[in-house]
Design a binder for this molecule. Sequence first.
Ligand code: ADP
Length: 436
Amino acid sequence: MTHDSPRDTPLLGCIADDFTGATDLANMLVREGMRTLQTIGIPAAPVRGADAVVVALKSRTLAASDAVAQSLAALQWLREQGCRQFFFKYCSTFDSTDAGNIGPVAEALQKALGADLAIACPAFPENGRTVYRGHLFVHDTLLNESGMQNHPLTPMRDANLVRVLQRQSSGKVGLIGSVDVGRGPVAVRARMAALRKEGVTLAIADAIADKDLYTLGEACAGMPLVTGGSGLALGLPGNFRNAGMLIEDGAATRALDGLDLLPPRGVVLAGSASQATQGQVAHWLARRPALRIDPLALARGEDAVQQAIDFAQAHADQAVLIYATAVPDQVQAAQAQLGVERAGHLVEQAMSSVAQRLYAHGVARLVVAGGETSGAVVQALDVRALRIGPQIDPGVPATLAVDADGGPLCALALKSGNFGTVDFFEKALRALGAAH
Ligand code: ADP
């Protein structure tokens, strides 16, 4: 079967305000049976053979005007691909400032699409994010007591999302409360009609259980624009299926068609110092070959990249781990000596060079730990589009990077720091079909 069947043009066009958030959303859509392609930025070429396309931007912390311009350009491209409904994806903790970017981007997309009302719901109860009476909870605490009040770029000091979104928006913000959501899609639609009469243009929606996300999704059938976290997208594929436009045929497994054309060698690159990654590295070290890259050695000009290549080549019959992961004391020592930015940059540079050079040696199945590290590796490999395959662990799918004609380039598992079980690296290599 080719990737042009059963349908050629995508139904759902998504704009995500960061890279790992885009992957998280794509993972949800695949779970619900949509063939999903994630692009890194706005592609030059048209896409075919996907039911949903997620354009990953890096617009969360840009100036609002830049975030709006990029999002509108992404919308324009998605419209040209034939998408019928559009989803603006942001973080489940509503990461933004009073200047934006959720309100300004949502309103600009609304205007471009002629959408009079759009809902806004970051909730994902399965992951401990609920919205009740407009207030966002992270597990048992209000957003502004969850640690997010101290975020360096987007501190969230108010849990009342109606107020938060109102401060970023020029139109009127309202609420679809849990009583209406609990009654089902018809009650939600009635509430939306009432809000429209009051002149509301953006409506925060409550969701305290995952079934509420499906209710909201169903209520948004046919609406041009929906905005929210990745959880809200769970309810959208069903609308297309009910309308006979989405034909289920193994979206996730078919995404990896062509994987067997790639050479079997795999490698793990860890540039994350997060706790989960530390456990995964320790687990690997007890069992398999690994080499550490030290930012201080990089700063001294040592050719740690060449050492990593030599190490991988000396173990060509098995997967190796190349890691910068260190305990907090070591990270702080490197940062004190080099500065936070330089230490991070040196490690990201080294990891991307290792990826690039090993790829040139025929290592085409890569597991990468770290959000920023993943971004750097994807950029170094010049990856423009990922077909999203089955989930390895929550939030992390196996993916296949493809060229403009859909031909396979490399298999990637991109894990942000705190995701994955302790044996994630081995599981991910297996999911990518790598010899190890
Ligand atoms: P995470 O998803 O865990 O936050 P990221 O890759 O996004 O991981 O960020 C980790 C940052 O820390 C990267 O910039 C990386 O280069 C840097 N880093 C990794 N190891 C070290 C280390 N030993 N010392 C200093 N910085 C490091």
